[in-house]
Design a binder for this molecule. Structure first.
Ligand code: PHE
Length: 375
């Protein structure tokens, strides 16, 4: 019998008789066992079972055999191929597990370790106050709602009962965005009140939301920044009145300034989207370089508010004969300046590291009502 002596690129010898097949199998098995990673195993697989692999070359020789020989050798060769494939698969499983084990060991995090004593970053006072305000209103049962900074003119003004030629538009020094294809213009929202509109358009009463976020006006001095932060509140239900509004704001002030009592003063005001409109001031004492609430003869502007104008409800698809509601809005940055004695609003946005280290909050101190708001 002619013995085919084949040698593939990795040096596996192929051929028969039987003993040669056994030698070949031993060589392949040694190579499989020696493959240190999946890439090495893959090249062993290619040199054994690939198109030009040693086992494949063996199988090709079947074509030139007599039917009897082919029956006998075919069974042997195919069994060899199956055993090799099985050995490769088994080795692959082992290698994969090794890789996974190494990765798990490498990526293990000991969650019981204490935090690093000097965490490098701090929470910005504006973020801190946003979180505090949200925590307080969440505790009062308000859901958090959000809207985009770039807003439809319609939502920022028209639906809030400020039609295009209304003089109240001049109260807002608006940043306009370039004209859209249809001629309309988007604006950088001048207040968070368009979130009222967005909420009413997609949700039916009862509604109780708080919406903290950014607003923009063309304005810049020690107490005004062209980008600033507001919080907006909206409650719509079948029975709501100014008394509820007052109570909610009072609870908010006590929790926010962390005092047992505050005194609020209501002043008549005007906003096109509320009727009547009320501005709230907080009694405070600024003598002695410190601000104290609930005492003294100074008043601090807290928030604009009012009962939602029936026309706004109508514009947003809510029946004013059945529902009314109240809304309020105030400045977050101003609250932060007051509570944390920060004199100039512009310093909030200068990213001065020394300032951030001084006024920033520890990153792991999340404000909660029971855990303490400001640490
Ligand atoms: N959007 C008003 C402002 O920016 C505040 C406000 C909100 C007033 C809600 C009434 C009701 O001044």
């Amino acid at each position: 019998m002619a013995v085919a002596k084949l040698r593939d690129s990795t040096g596996f010898e192929t051929g028969f008789p039987m003993s040669d097949i056994q030698v070949l199998e031993r060589q392949i098995r040694d190579a499989i066992a020696g493959a240190a990673d999946e890439a090495a195993l893959e090249s062993v697989r290619v040199s054994a079972l690939g198109k030009k692999g040693a086992v494949s070359e063996l199988l090709k020789t079947l074509g030139s055999m007599t039917p009897d020989e082919r029956r006998e050798k075919g069974a042997l060769f195919n069994a060899l191929r199956d055993r090799v494939a099985e050995a490769i698969a088994a080795r692959k499983t082992v290698l994969e597990k090794e890789v996974l084990d190494a990765r798990l060991a490498f990526e293990r995090v000991d969650v019981t370790l204490p935090p690093r004593p000097q965490a490098a970053g701090t929470v910005h006072p504006v973020s801190q106050v946003l979180d505090e305000v949200t925590a307080i209103f969440a505790d009062l049962g308000f859901a958090v709602a959000e809207g985009p900074d770039v807003e439809y003119d319609d939502y920022n003004f028209t639906k809030l009962n400020i039609p295009p030629d209304h003089p109240a538009r001049q109260m807002h020094d608006t940043f306009y965005v370039a004209k859209q294809a249809d001629g309309s213009r988007h604006v950088l929202r001048t207040h968070t009140s368009p979130v009222q509109v967005r909420t009413m358009l997609k949700q039916s009463p009862p509604i109780r939301i708080i919406s903290p976020g950014r607003a923009y006006r063309v304005d810049s001095d020690a107490t005004h920044s062209p980008m600033f932060h507001q919080f907006e509140g909206l409650v719509i239900d079948e029975v709501t009145h100014l008394g509820h509004l007052k109570w909610v704001l009072e609870e908010f002030c006590k929790a926010f300034f962390e005092v047992d009592a505050v005194e609020m003063r209501a002043r008549p005001s005007f906003f096109p989207f509320t009727e009547p409109s009320v501005e709230w001031d907080l009694r405070c004492d600024r003598s002695g370089g410190q601000i104290k609430f609930g005492q003294g003869n100074d008043w601090l502007e807290l928030a604009g508010s009012g009962m939602v104008h029936p026309r706004v409800l109508e514009n947003c698809g809510i029946d004013p004969a059945r529902y009314q509601g109240y809304a309020f809005g105030g400045g977050i940055d101003r609250l932060a300046m007051l509570k944390y004695a920060i004199p100039d609003i512009r310093s909030f946005f200068e990213s001065d590291l020394r300032w951030l280290r001084h006024y920033g909050f520890a990153a792991l101190d999340v404000p909660t009502l029971d855990g303490g708001l400001s640490g």
